[in-house]
Each structure stands twice: as structure tokens, then as C-alpha cells.
Design a protein around this ligand. Structure first.
Ligand code: GSH
Length: 214
């Protein structure tokens, strides 16, 4: 399988982690034509975003969460969902909460990255949203090496790259303790990073994103 992705993308990191956890071999490549706006890439993914997974028959699957769901359907073992219905709810609530309340605020904060054009009011409002989202995420996760249910799940695939984004937000806005304000989340991340797949995705993505942001 081919994964069109860049290593600094937290959305690509979600899928890379799912592929590694499932033991699916893949080859990573940058978007054809050199950009997500190239005609070649838009012919593959009209959404114009990375990542995209291209199957051996040429089928292209867009959107990180949809790709992970496809992997779960097509390569059921090891499953990235817990066995019980209630634990699956917790995975989905952790994923939705990160996706709906944390990631959008983090992405809006990245638009305020440059101090010279920064709007202090927007930054304060978005940091409040971000902190609220992280508080909600903490509600759904375990203080353990895996976010939910004692084994790797879709929740880990979404949450770890989300926390990387938040770590970088903290660095940009001079809040080095931003993630540490959330003790359950911080403790989970520290334990999760001891897992070889999760630790390597964290290290690779964080280093690439730091370099990308300068
Ligand atoms: N909802 C998408 C978001 C993907 C996304 O925003 N990818 C960024 C890379 S971090 C991208 O491709 N940006 C290029 C662009 O917007 O042109 C997903 O989950 O896959």
C-alpha cells in the first residue's frame, strides 16, 4: 500500500500508527506533483489534504479517520477497537472529543503563530477552547499505557498526534506546561511512548513538526 503523507502531519501520523500497529507494510511518499494542490494529487484526492492511502488496485482512501476505519474493516486483527460495546463508546468519545474540541482549536492557534500578527484575544479564547477539549478527553481515557481498555486502539492513533499538536502549541505560546496541566493525559502519554510503535511515531512526528514549524 502507498501512503501519501508527510512526516510532520499529525493526521498522517494517525494512519502510520494504525498501519504499524496492524503490521501492514506500506510505503510513504509525498504528494505527486509536489503539492496537495497539484492536478496530479487532486485527481487522487479532490479534498486536497494528506494523508491518502492508495490500495494495490489503485483505490484511494482519503481522510485519516476513514482510512483507520477502512484498515479496521479490511485487516480485523489485531483489532483497534476493544471487545466490549461500552469500551468502544469510550474510544469513540475520546476520538470525537479530540477531533471536535481539541484539534480545531489547535489548528486555529497555529494561525496565530507569528507574534507580529497575533491577536491576543483570539489566542486567549482558543487556548480556553483547547484546555476545555483536553479536560474532556481526560474524562474518557485511562491513566495507562493505552488510552482505553488495556490495548492499542483507534483512540491511541488519534490522541497521540493530537497531544503532539498541543505540545507544539505550548511551545509556540510560551506555555511549556500546557500538556502537563492535564495529569491523566500526560501520564498516559508518558506510558504510551514506551510502546515501540507509539514511541517511534511520537518521536518521528514531533521532530518533523518542530523542524517544519522552525
Ligand atoms: N480531516 C483531514 C485533515 C488533514 C489535513 O489537514 N492535512 C494537512 C496536513 S497536516 C494538509 O494536507 N494540508 C494541506 C492543505 O491544506 O493544502 C484528515 O483527518 O485527514
Amino acid at each position: 500500500m502507498k501512503l501519501y503523507a508527510v512526516t510532520h502531519s499529525p493526521f498522517a501520523a494517525r494512519v502510520s500508527l494504525a498501519l504499524r500497529l496492524k503490521g501492514v507494510p506500506y510505503e510513504q511518499a509525498p504528494p505527486p506533483g509536489g503539492s496537495t494542490r497539484s492536478p496530479e494529487y487532486l485527481a487522487i484526492n479532490p479534498i486536497g489534504k494528506l494523508p491518502v492511502l492508495v490500495l494495490p488496485d489503485g483505490t484511494a482512501i482519503a481522510e485519516s479517520e476513514t482510512i483507520i476505519d477502512y484498515l479496521e474493516d479490511s485487516v480485523p486483527q489485531p483489532s483497534l477497537l476493544p471487545a466490549g460495546a461500552q469500551e468502544r463508546v469510550r474510544v469513540r468519545n475520546a476520538v470525537r472529543t479530540a477531533e471536535s474540541y481539541v484539534v480545531p482549536a489547535a489548528l486555529r492557534l497555529f494561525r496565530q503563530m507569528k507574534p507580529e500578527t497575533r491577536d491576543a484575544g483570539v489566542v486567549a479564547a482558543e487556548l480556553a477552547q483547547l484546555r476545555n477539549g483536553l479536560t474532556l478527553v481526560e474524562h474518557f481515557i485511562d491513566d495507562a499505557a493505552f488510552a482505553v481498555g488495556g490495548k492499542a486502539s483507534k483512540a491511541d492513533c488519534i490522541l497521540l498526534p493530537t497531544v503532539i499538536l498541543c505540545t507544539l502549541v505550548g511551545r509556540i505560546f510560551d506555555l511549556p506546561e500546557l500538556v502537563a496541566e492535564f495529569p491523566r493525559l500526560s501520564s498516559y502519554v508518558a506510558k504510551a511512548r514506551t510502546n515501540p510503535d507509539m514511541g517511534s511515531i511520537w518521536d518521528e512526528t514531533e521532530a518533523a513538526l518542530r523542524a517544519f514549524l522552525g
